[in-house]
Design a protein around this ligand. Structure first.
Ligand code: NOJ
Length: 560
């Protein structure tokens, strides 16, 4: 057993407690089709969300981020928007949205909506007009149509590949090709076009006028492409401070992270500033190294950026310590809050990732026939990882269902899969459906209470009965009650605006730090560690007794 004592090394200084809300907020991601179904068709909807908002207030989060609910043919689960100013009938109506917002605000919850500006749906009026108008028309200028290469233009204009697999170009009947960094039903917009810029500023105002508190910006690093759309030479950048190439955490190449993208965010910052109150833009930018990511949150750009470097780090104390430290150094260099996230609708849930043989590795989905995670170990580590994350100053994102400790559905039959990434890779990648399964609210109800009819658009694993909210609520030590307690302590102790000073003499496998008056100790190893004598346990991921912290566990302590 390693013993203790500490010489704090300040990495990040505490700030006042009354800054803008987004500097310290815990923001809960709602994935509308899988949160709660009010209509009974098996697909979640806005009235369903509204009816369950008291759950989020009870949980103790500060804000809700809604993934897209706009009019869409759902080729990429709503990230293919056909009308940015309307609600898809699947999810309800604009009145339903207004009712949701009102209820959320009544409960003290802020609401962030998703904006998808890199691409539209192929059913968007602009793309339909571009297809009808033909080559050389002004309508085609709003997208990235090009002639092909080869004698008859039979080859794509360049060698770019879609993030979902296959070429990033699709040829239309008149012979031109259009660019789509994602599915062929998600044509990329031409952000050099003034009408595109004007349109999105107007869309921002449409939702700001309705009262939203901010926007999560989809593919924030992708809108501006290198002029001339050159072939990508395959060069990848290196992880901050090392000779290791970035291993897929950051999207690379001439289609990502171009300097020109920042002017868009400066303009949007000015749009938000026209509105009273604190509004926020959060960048979904898979950009490495962190110093490049920090450019998105300079004072005149966005307020936050997701910290995917943290999400992508393995269950390894030195690696996590390094990424935590780099996160503060880079965010602090531009005066932005650091953010933290472990799960979302695009990655295998952390309760499953952390149960894989390489704990924390990131397959794109897990299916039957694949190596299955160790569910118990994954949950134990997931709870420890969450307590580590929520003990850190900054803003944290939770993904719906993680407060229940949900694993992915890791044995979903292939014929039920819907993610375009599964189809575009010929099944080589299972895709993201496993983390998008409808939530279990009630252990004994059909569909675990997700919908009044018991219908669910994806099947839920039978084992989810024990994860249902009503099986955990009021049960001391359950994952749900652990989240509630941690969020309450975090709020009471002002950890979100606190500081981080390493307490570093617990051994290599332990991450220990002080945030205000709370000592956070996360033991990622298997050997138990001794805790300071007489310390009071404020929260823990697993029962702690006798002053000993077992492996794969995190504790929050108050020193005597
Ligand atoms: C990122 C979103 O989170 C993901 O779900 C979507 O498929 C792509 N962007 C394309 O919009």
């Amino acid at each position: 057993m390693t013993s203790i004592d500490t010489r704090p090394a300040l990495v990040h200084a505490p700030s006042g407690t009354d800054g803008e809300w987004w500097r310290h907020a815990v923001i809960y991601q709602v994935y509308p089709r899988s949160f709660a179904d009010g209509s009974g068709d098996g697909i979640g909807d806005l009235p369903g969300i509204t009816s369950r908002l008291p759950h989020l207030a009870e949980l103790g989060v500060d804000a809700v981020w809604l993934s897209p609910f706009y009019r869409s043919p759902q080729a990429d689960a709503g990230y293919d928007v056909a009308d940015y100013r309307d609600v898809d009938p699947l999810f309800g109506t604009l009145d339903d949205f207004d009712a949701l917002l009102l209820r959320a605000h009544d409960l003290g919850l802020r609401v962030i909506v998703d904006l998808v500006p890199n691409h539209t749906s192929d059913e968007h009026a602009w793309f339909q007009a571009a297809m009808a108008a033909g080559p050389g028309s002004p309508e085609r200028e709003r997208y990235l149509f090009r002639e092909g290469q080869g004698e008859t233009g039979e080859l794509p204009p360049n060698n770019w590949e879609s993030i979902f697999g296959g070429p990033a170009w699709t040829r239309v009947a008149d012979g031109q090709w259009y660019l789509h960094l994602f599915d062929s039903r998600q044509p990329d917009l031409n952000w050099e076009h003034p009408e595109v810029r004007a349109e999105f500023e107007d869309v921002l105002r449409f939702w700001l006028d309705r009262g939203v508190d901010g926007f999560r910006i989809d593919v924030a690093h992708g809108m501006v492409k290198e002029p001339g759309l050159p072939d990508w030479d395959g060069h990848v950048s290196m992880i901050e401070g090392s000779d290791e190439p970035v291993a897929g955490n950051g999207n690379q190449g001439p289609m990502f992270d171009q300097d020109g993208v920042h002017e868009i965010y400066r303009a949007w910052n000015r749009v938000l500033a026209e509105y009273a109150g604190d509004r926020a833009l959060v960048a979904e930018a898979w950009v490495e190294p962190l110093s490049r990511l920090a450019r998105y949150v300079r004072p005149d750009e966005m307020q936050q950026a997701f910290n995917f470097a943290f999400l992508a780090t393995l269950w390894d104390a030195p690696a996590l310590r390094a990424v935590i430290e780099a996160s503060y150094l880079t965010a602090d260099s531009v005066g932005a809050p650091t953010t933290w996230v472990l799960s979302n609708h695009d990655v295998v849930r952390h309760a499953s990732r952390l149960g894989l043989p390489v704990a924390g590795s990131r397959p794109n989905g897990i299916g039957h026939g694949d190596e299955q995670p160790d569910e118990e170990l994954g949950l134990r580590r997931a709870r420890a990882a969450t307590l580590l994350m929520l003990g850190l100053p900054g803003s944290a994102y939770l993904y719906q269902g993680e407060e229940l400790g949900l694993p992915d559905h890791t044995a979903l039959p292939d014929e039920l899969r819907q993610d375009p990434a599964f189809f575009r890779t010929g099944g080589a990648e299972r895709g993201r459906d496993g983390c998008r399964v409808p939530l279990p609210w009630a252990a004994d109800e059909p569909g675990f209470g997700f919908s009044p009819t018991g219908v669910t658009w994806l099947p839920q694993p039978a084992s989810w009965a024990s994860y249902a909210l009503d099986a955990q609520r009021g049960v001391s030590g359950s994952t749900y009650e652990t989240y509630c307690l941690a969020l309450a302590v975090r709020r009471d102790e002002h950890l979100g605006t606190g500081g981080l000073a390493w307490a570093d003499s617990y051994g290599d496998d332990v991450i220990a730090f002080e945030n205000r008056d709370v000592l956070v100790v996360a033991n990622l190893g298997s050997e138990p560690v001794g805790l300071p004598a007489g310390a009071t346990v404020l929260a823990s991921s697993t029962p702690v007794s006798g002053g000993i912290l077992p492996g794969d566990a995190t504790v929050w302590l108050r020193r005597p």
